[in-house]
Design a protein around this ligand. Structure first.
Ligand code: NAD
Length: 398
């Protein structure tokens, strides 16, 4: 993922005629915090916060709790954040954090201890005007609430603007939970409109029906009845139905911690089979590097939405573009999350409480502007949408 992100920055630099030094500066990471958290139980966990670039404003990016977390992954995700905030025109930089852990192996008491110790260690390096972390994979508003509380105990800060993704009663913003999925739907609709494919009947498969994937599915059903969800997956298996699913039913099932392998009356597939389905739209909403040299030739969908961060590697991107596929790139497709995080931060800093309607209206205008600029840059430079996203971001980072 890091190689792919850096390769795209270099390509963007070439398109814009930047010097080698200018490109190197864009890739350079400002600061890395690597530390160990020891829980009372004696468990020792590796923890990270990478602060990539703060030229446009405070570092911004989520915290991931996952066994695959390592320094390179956090570096890649931090880099993508700087380019995401720049590509959509937010006055924020890019950072990312994580802990190498499977949170399912921790008790609630341990999870709280881990979250508080993570915030306590980083307290001198983060804050409303320095670095504003948020949730990511396996972290949620409950975890962020513990972190905000710990941060305010250590520093005395009472603004709640030190983290975003908080619960609603604790300074969170309306619309934040759905924002990434909602932004993805808005972006895809706008792109299809620009491509002259608005309101056409299309089938959809969603890899990773978690927080982001499920909101995408549910909001897509409300906003665009002509799209039919025919497949979805979790980490273990995928389900397929020719007649389609109601995304809300899948969501309710997942909220109850159901496994798709137990879904009645559907064909059970592997995740690789889902990626290879003959659908119109493939939504990648799980983890990075889902489509690589190993499976890129299997992809049949014409439109691929990178709702996860870095789900398609560089080689697979180039291959799919050569096969005339349209890839809606991650730094635009999933930017709804950081856009509404920005709104949350603005509300906290100014003591405001926006309505859900205001949040969603503002999100829509940011997303539409970002997709329009993306499309224009892609056409003008005859480059892919992914390359165009990086070109637009670089212009805003110079
Ligand atoms: P999540 O943990 O809620 O959901 C991830 C989903 O992917 C789960 O359904 C999980 O079962 C599934 N999954 C995991 N491994 C898989 C595999 N190998 N194959 C298929 N499915 C697999 O996480 P999320 O918050 O929905 O985030 C998903 C992606 O979106 C991540 O890449 C994250 O960085 C990115 N993202 C999230 C946000 C946000 O607001 N949460 C914002 C921007 C980007």
């Amino acid at each position: 993922m890091l190689d792919t992100a850096q390769a795209l920055i270099k390509r963007g630099g070439k398109t814009l005629g930047l010097s080698e030094k200018q490109t190197r500066d864009l890739i350079k990471i400002n600061k890395e915090h690597v530390f160990e958290i020891e829980l009372s139980s004696g468990k020792k966990l590796k923890a990270y916060r990478v602060q990539h670039n703060n030229k446009r404003g405070p570092y911004k990016g989520g915290i991931r709790f996952h066994t695959d977390v390592d320094l390179d992954e956090v570096r890649a995700l931090a880099t993508l954040m700087s380019f995401k905030t720049a590509a959509v025109g937010l006055p924020l930089g890019g950072g990312k954090g994580g802990v190498t852990v499977n949170p399912k192996t921790l008790s609630d008491v341990e999870l709280e201890e881990l979250s508080r110790k993570y915030a306590r260690y980083l307290a001198p390096h983060i804050g409303p005007n320095k670095d504003v972390p948020a949730p990511d994979v396996n972290t949620d508003s409950r975890i962020i609430d513990w972190m905000v509380d710990e941060y305010s105990v250590v520093t005395g800060d009472k603004t709640y603007a030190s983290f975003t993704g908080k619960s609603l009663g604790n300074g969170g913003s309306k619309g934040r939970d759905a924002a990434t999925g909602r932004g993805g739907v808005i972006a895809l609709q706008r792109l299809l409109e620009l491509l002259g494919k608005k309101d056409q009947k299309m089938t959809i498969a969603i890899q990773g029906f978690g927080n982001v994937g499920s909101f995408f599915g549910v909001i897509a059903k409300d906003e665009q009845p002509k799209w039919q969800l025919v497949a979805a997956s979790d980490s273990k298996s995928a389900i397929y139905s020719k007649t389609g699913f109601d995304a809300r039913d899948l969501d309710v099932f997942k909220q109850k911690k159901g496994r798709f392998s137990n879904w009645p009356n559907a064909t059970i597939l592997t995740n690789e089979e889902l990626i290879a389905l003959d659908v119109d739209i493939l939504v990648l909403a799980a983890l990075g590097d889902s489509v690589t040299e190993n499976n890129m030739a299997n992809v049949k969908a014409k439109y691929i939405v990178e709702l996860a961060n870095g789900p398609i590697n560089e080689a697979a991107h180039d291959y799919l573009i050569s096969k005339d596929k349209v890839i809606l790139p991650d730094i635009i497709a999933n930017s709804g999350g950081v856009i509404v995080s920005y709104f949350e931060w603005v509300q906290n800093c100014n003591g405001q409480d926006w309505t859900a309607e205001k949040v969603n209206d503002q999100l829509k205008s940011y997303m539409i502007k970002a997709v329009d600029t993306l499309y224009k840059t892609s056409k003008e430079n005859k480059i892919s949408l992914k390359e165009a996203a990086f070109v637009n971001a670089i212009k805003n980072l110079l």
